[in-house]
Design a binder for this molecule. Structure first.
Ligand code: MLC
Ligand code: AMP
Length: 500
């Protein structure tokens, strides 16, 4: 028996093809047809959307997208806060075989321009009028729609007809090379991950998820929304996270599930109503390390033992603590069904293979050659350890990455922008340990004249989303470098070189 079999309920077998579904929407449609009147998605303003509503409305809106001349394989950029319209528009795009590029709503024009230039979308769905105007400037002639897709209805197109190998999503993520690259996830990747989580987390149509994660990253979208639709379950959408709202709605909404990043759990644990977490069937944490102390604190205040799991944009979910069995604080658990995991090199890097793992980045053969080993394993860039019972721990990162509140921040991207300022001669951006955010972004800079943090942040404006802005700017005479001239970031991150 492999470690990943320990996730399976008695007698269950993992089928990566999800019962031979052609594509995500074909799998979801099984539930829509079985019980069209059942609830599906709760919108923060308009209440419940039924499965039948989702089926009909997404078909109508797919017709509107087709009437723009969009066809299977075309890319469509998405930038919107959570809403039923966003979900319907997303489902409509997938039903038509379009490849969706979700983008962070905090992105400014420069970050959006990079995605548009790189992926060449043929349409965009955007809720913020300023961002719509920016896109019209960046890509004149690109159809930019609101999430409701307010267009005349078109003739009924062919729906749910793409093959499992077809691309479903392009998730932008970065690396040491600076500008983000698009990880192309196929329908098969997404289906395999959803099926693995269905089995491992015992997810059924009786489940109701409080979904306060944004729908533009894999945690909210590829795990939360996909899992809900795949299992015929229900989800209550929130536009942003408020600990008091989530805690009071657990009982009011009859919720069974909550998924969050450690920053959310930090706020939930210190709330006077934290005991409400105990009413949930399952609380999952991911996207950043959950400190063992916070894990214990949540259990102490609520009795709820959080299940921590580990994943990536490129792979969806990889490793999870068990539903039945010990949820071990400070570890991410055991490889999920279908996932093969090995440690390679020194220090040991986690490498993975499986039906959930993507084939490569959008038009980046150079990055693909680096990302995969010669024998086909994906290099995660995370450093790991495995104990004698097979539990995996993330012990560090080979890649330069800061995770702040579950958002990934790549130092190189920020350094490149800071270096364009004439008074900054040399700069290094690192993550500083922070009890609420996990890590916070800070910059060490050699400057020709004093630079005020607030001025700097104000000027970063369009260039970088606010969550990437440095929260502290430490002036230094020189950056510490090794004999090869490389900045010793580990020393900066530990605060060893903090100015007096
Ligand atoms: C918001 N701010 C952040 C931030 N989020 N700063 C640093 N890091 C963050 N993560 C800043 C804003 O810019 C603003 O700054 C101020 O905080 C208040 O903004 P807000 O929107 O009110 O913040 P808040 O609601 O408190 O957001 C915190 C949060 C959010 C934890 C709810 O960050 C969040 O939803 N994180 C989840 C990210 C996520 O989904 N990750 C999954 C990646 S998928 P100012 O200065 O302008 O006032 C992945 C794979 C996997 O990693 O394994 O899942
Ligand atoms: P992303 O590129 O946004 O998909 O982020 C993926 C990265 O988040 C991984 O490579 C890890 O470094 C990190 N990550 C996700 N889940 C966890 C976790 N539970 N513990 C530690 N790091 C995590």
């Amino acid at each position: 028996m492999s470690a990943s079999d320990l996730h399976l309920p008695a007698g269950a077998r993992f089928d990566p093809t999800a019962g031979g579904a052609a594509c995500l929407t074909a799998a979801w449609a099984r539930h829509w047809r079985a019980h069209p009147d059942a609830k599906a998605i709760h919108d923060p303003d308009h209440g419940w959307l039924s499965r039948g509503d989702l089926d009909r409305e997404s078909a109508t809106r797919a017709g509107r997208l087709a009437s723009l001349g969009l066809a299977a394989g075309d890319r469509v950029l998405l930038s919107a806060e959570s809403s039923a319209d966003l979900v319907i528009g997303y489902v409509a795009a997938l039903r038509l075989g379009l490849v969706v590029i979700p983008t962070n709503t905090a992105y400014g024009p420069r970050e959006l321009e990079h995605v548009v230039t790189d992926a060449g979308p043929r349409a965009a769905i955007v809720d913020d009028p300023d961002k719509r105007a920016a896109l019209e400037r960046i890509a004149p002639g690109l159809p930019v729609l609101t999430p409701a897709l307010e267009l005349p209805d078109g003739p009924a197109p062919r729906l749910d007809a793409v093959t499992p190998e077809s691309a479903a999503l392009i998730g932008y993520t970065s690396g040491t090379t600076g500008r983000p690259k698009g990880a192309v996830l196929s329908h098969a990747n997404c289906l395999a991950s959803a099926e693995g989580l269905r089995l491992a987390w015992r997810w059924t149509e009786a489940d109701r998820l409080l979904l306060a994660l944004p729908l533009f990253h894999m945690h909210g979208l590829g795990v939360g929304l996909h899992g809900t639709l795949y299992n015929g379950a229900t989800a209550v959408l929130y536009r942003g996270f408020r600990a008091d709202e989530i805690l009071s709605e657990i009982e009011a909404r009859g919720a069974t599930l909550f998924f969050g990043v450690p920053t959310m759990y930090h706020r939930l644990a210190s709330h006077p109503a934290a005991k409400a977490l105990a009413k949930l069937r399952l609380c999952v944490s991911g996207s950043a390390p959950l400190p063992a102390s916070l894990h214990e604190e949540i259990e102490g205040v609520s009795g709820q033992r959080v299940l921590e799991r580990y994943g990536m944009t490129e792979t969806l979910m990889l490793v999870s603590n068990p539903h039945d069995g010990e949820r071990r604080a400070g570890t991410v658990g055991l490889p999920l069904p279908g996932v093969e995991l090995r440690l390679e090199g020194a220090p040991p890097e986690i490498q993975v293979r499986g039906p959930n793992v993507f084939d490569g980045y959008w038009e980046r053969p150079d990055a693909n050659a680096e990302a995969f080993t010669d024998d086909g394993w994906f290099r995660t860039g995370d450093l790991g350890a495995i104990d004698e019972e097979g539990y995996v721990s993330i012990v560090g990162r080979a890649k330069e990455l800061i995770i702040s509140g579950g958002y990934n921040v790549y130092p190189r991207e920020i350094e490149d922008v800071l270096r364009t300022r004439p008074e900054i001669e040399d700069v290094a951006v690192v993550g500083e340990a922070d009890p609420e955010w996990g890590e916070r972004v800070v910059a060490y800079a050699v400057t020709t004249e004093p630079v005020a943090l607030e001025d700097l942040r104000a000027e970063l404006g369009d260039a970088l989303a606010p969550f990437k802005h440095p929260r502290a700017l430490y002036p230094v005479d020189a950056l510490p470098r090794n004999a090869l001239g490389k900045v010793q970031k580990h020393r900066l991150a530990k605060g060893e070189v903090l100015p007096d």
